[in-house]
Design a binder for this molecule. Structure first.
Ligand code: GLN
Length: 322
């Protein structure tokens, strides 16, 4: 813990000069970020198999407590303050005073357009939007959102055009080659959505069938990497387009993240989510490789937001309360 704090303090001192306009928020220290248990065995989406899911699920139960059944923010962190202080600065952003987030706002309840929910960031709403806004506030920055195609997020962050990518993005070994990931802030899993009258039970029923996925997502990676089903994969720009295709009978199943799946199934009649545990994944924020100033600030802000209950409150607002 002391070491972690020293790193934050050193980063704060070293980069304080470049901080966002009104930064240097001093916040109570917390226990180490809540995701240590999770990150010790990071989910390698490419390696996750349906068989592995059961064992992984147990791990999820350990990691996430206090969240919803299927999507949980990392384990509780003691909110007790101590004498130590974590200094969060606005260091590491490209333009001082602004934290630019790339996302794909087609992924409820994490990021979507909804003018009825006032988040103070245009018509953007969702868990990621509100967490990002809270992180920006801790950093003394204003949050700016770039809404782009999901598979453009990593390249945009990698090229430095955006400071961070946050889009219900699963940590994968492949993505880690191009960007660095923050501590985990949510646990998720892929599920299979089918028509209500379908007799499919799980992934074993997908062989030789047409499967809708969102281009470049872990659903796409999973389906494309499975030789029994890869030939039938149909890629869409938005998960909702895949869902609509399913509803119209143009594909037989859709592989998508659990919480968006629940939203889509509630909006489009005649669909259901299979119970089978498919994969377990972790969501994190990505930054340009080597941007440790920003990563340290994001992780420090996340730790504080976990400890003081902000993260749970945001998840409750969008998931648990419904
Ligand atoms: N979690 C999935 C992934 O990282 C899907 C994310 C999304 O579509 N926004 O690929």
């Amino acid at each position: 813990m002391k070491k972690t704090l020293s790193v934050f303090l050193a980063a704060a001192l070293a980069f304080g000069m470049m901080a966002c306009s009104n930064a240097n928020t001093t916040t109570p220290a917390t226990e180490a970020p809540a995701t240590e248990a999770a990150s010790a065995e990071e989910v390698t989406t490419e390696e996750v198999t349906a068989e592995a899911a059961d064992a992984e699920t147990e791990k999820a139960a350990e990691v996430g407590e206090g969240g919803s059944e299927d999507n949980e923010v990392g384990e509780e962190v003691s909110a007790e303050s101590s004498d130590d202080a974590v200094v969060i600065t606005g260091a590491g952003v490209k333009t001082a005073g602004t934290l630019v987030m790339s996302t794909n706002a087609e992924f409820p309840p994490y990021e979507y357009h909804d003018s009825a929910t006032d988040t103070g960031i245009g018509d953007f709403a969702g868990i990621d939007v509100e967490i990002a806004k809270a992180i920006a506030e801790k950093m003394g920055c204003e949050l700016k959102i770039e809404d782009i195609a999901f598979d453009s997020i990593v390249p945009q962050v990698n090229s430095g055009m955006a400071d961070m990518g946050m889009a219900g993005m699963t940590v994968t070994e492949d993505r880690k080659k191009n960007v660095d990931f923050s501590d985990t802030y949510a646990i998720s899993r892929q599920v299979i959505v089918v028509k209500e009258d379908s007799e499919f039970v799980g992934v074993e029923d997908l062989a030789g069938k047409r499967i809708g996925v969102q281009q470049g997502t872990t659903g796409d990676i999973l389906a494309s990497g499975d030789k029994n089903i890869s030939e039938g994969v149909e890629r869409y720009n938005k998960a909702m387009e895949a869902i609509q295709s399913l509803s119209q009978g143009m594909v037989d199943a859709v592989i998508v993240d659990i919480e968006p799946a629940k939203v889509f199934v509630s909006e489009v009649t005649g669909l259901k989510i299979l119970d089978q545990e498919y994969t377990l994944e972790e969501y994190a924020i990505c930054v340009k490789k080597g941007n440790t100033e920003l990563l340290d600030n994001i992780n420090a802000a996340l730790a504080v937001l976990k400890a003081d209950g902000t993260l749970d409150a945001i998840v409750d607002k969008y998931i648990n309360a419904k």
